[in-house]
Design a protein around this ligand. Structure first.
Ligand SMILES: Cc1ncc(C[n+]2csc(CCOP(=O)(O)OP(=O)(O)O)c2C)c(N)n1
Ligand SMILES: [Mg+2]
Length: 428
């Protein structure tokens, strides 16, 4: 066969910064300090969007990705095809988990401010996300969270004392001081260790989902990534692998509008994260992340698809980070301080409790009593946890732990270093 000819291209000089040419386009923030904090009201209502069959194609979900699945309306009533019709008992359980998370976060933040913890990250405003979604799964399903989904551990019954010991980094910390606070790992609950390098969990989750498939197990994997981290390659590798190998995985982008001080416009050109799944051939849905019922329903649908062999689902969870990124961040430097009060999705806890009151299954008195009960539970757990050491006074995990728990038998060069450290320690 004759070799093909390739057209020769003259060398092109790329001009930048000439007259009228912006050398670097930088997207604007939606709101800055001093701006009036308002959002356009959502045009989407419960009932706008149908619930497709679980074997649907990605193309059939375009309206779901461009719209917003909601079940709870502004009147706190439920409606539409996506209403999961949960019993009041399940809803009260969900409300309790969300209240526990908010009260726990509040207490831990106070501990951080008084020097009892080194660092903290709250889920403020996003409590429904991990809680509703984990409740919609089976206990055997795998969770690959970020630091913004610790609430899943309450659903999986993790002991609060153990969570606080981890945040302090004391002797009972199950990761022996190896992780930053809130970067939990909870093996018994299949809650995989939170990674500090954001985004890595996304492709790991796809790998685990493929392993479950290969072993013929009815286990689904769920993972979450932030809007900011979804600008990284890990997100795209995960979508591609999940789609090609039809992994039983639920891929969530939690769009809480902010990374740290950079905003969602740095990660998505048109502000919509859900539609990105469609060119990968993955059915994609955008869901109101402050609507417990909508989250539960969309996640059950995705689980059902995965479990029956129809592969991955891509979900944009639309929410708002009501608090700071972490205890090291001061968001009033880059956005209006009262902005979260204007978020059309409101507060996930109030919305669910108002709905329960409306159906006659909840009251202000019950809410108050539960809140007080949880507060005492958190205080009691804290007092118990500091018995094993606090940040100021220790005891801390032994420095020997640097050399243990990675290798069953540490290699010779680590043993040498370990011996050196012991000698130094004995000489102190
Ligand atoms: C690979 C990597 N880059 C940067 C950081 C620093 N960092 C930690 S959290 C964060 C913002 C992440 O924002 P987003 O993904 O939207 O998650 P959110 O905090 O809003 O839940 C950044 C930049 C990091 N931990 N890892
Ligand atoms: Mg974010």
């Amino acid at each position: 066969m004759e070799a093909k000819q390739y057209e020769q291209v003259e060398s092109v000089v790329i001009m930048s910064g000439g007259d009228g040419v912006d050398p670097l386009y930088v997207p604007d923030a939606p709101h800055r300090p001093g701006d009036e904090a308002d959002f356009t009201e959502w045009p989407w209502s419960p009932g706008d969007l149908g619930r497709p069959e679980i074997d649907c194609d990605a193309s059939e979900t375009l309206d779901l990705a461009e719209g917003l699945v909601r079940v709870l309306g502004d009147d706190n009533k439920t409606s539409g095809d996506w209403d999961p019709k949960l019993s009041p008992e399940v809803l009260i359980q969900g409300l309790e988990h969300m209240m526990r998370l908010r009260i726990f976060d509040d207490r831990m933040m106070k501990m951080q401010r008084t020097g009892k913890l080194s660092f903290y990250m709250r889920s403020f405003g996003e409590e429904a996300v991990a809680i509703a979604q984990t409740m919609a799964l089976e206990e055997r399903d795998w969770l690959f969270p970020t630091y913004r989904q610790p609430g899943a551990q309450f659903v999986r019954n993790r002991d609060m004392v153990s969570m606080i010991c981890h945040c302090i980094g004391n002797e009972m910390d199950n990761v022996k001081g190896r992780q930053m606070p809130v970067h939990y790992t909870y093996k018994e609950g299949r809650f995989i260790s939170v990674s500090s390098p954001v985004g890595t969990q996304f492709s790991q989750a796809v790998g685990v989902a493929l392993a479950s498939n290969y072993k013929g197990l009815d286990e689904v994997t769920i993972t979450w990534i932030g809007d900011g981290a979804s600008a990284e390659g890990d997100y795209h590798y995960a979508l591609n692998f999940a789609s090609i190998f039809q992994a039983p995985v639920i891929l969530n982008v939690v769009n809480n509008q902010w990374a740290i001080s950079t905003h969602k416009n740095f990660a998505s050109k048109n502000g919509n994260f859900a539609v990105r799944g469609i060119p990968y051939g993955i059915p994609s849905i955008r869901v109101d992340g402050n609507d417990f019922l909508a989250l539960y329903s969309v996640t059950s649908w995705a689980r059902d698809r995965a479990s029956k062999g129809f592969g991955p689902t891509h979900i944009e969870v639309l929410t708002y980070r009501a608090g700071a990124h972490s205890s090291s961040d001061d968001p009033s430097r880059y956005r209006p301080s009262d902005i979260h009060y204007y978020w059309p999705g409101g507060d996930p806890i109030s919305r669910l409790s108002e709905h329960l009151k409306q159906i006659g299954k909840w009251s202000d008195k019950q809410h108050q009593e539960l809140s007080e009960k949880i507060d005492s539970e958190v205080m009691a757990a804290y007092k118990e946890a500091v018995k094993f050491g606090d940040l100021a006074n220790g005891p801390y995990p032994s420095s020997d732990a640097i050399f243990t728990e990675v290798y069953e038998e540490p290699p010779w060069h680590l043993i040498e270093q370990w011996d050196e450290m012991k000698k130094w320690r004995d000489s102190q």
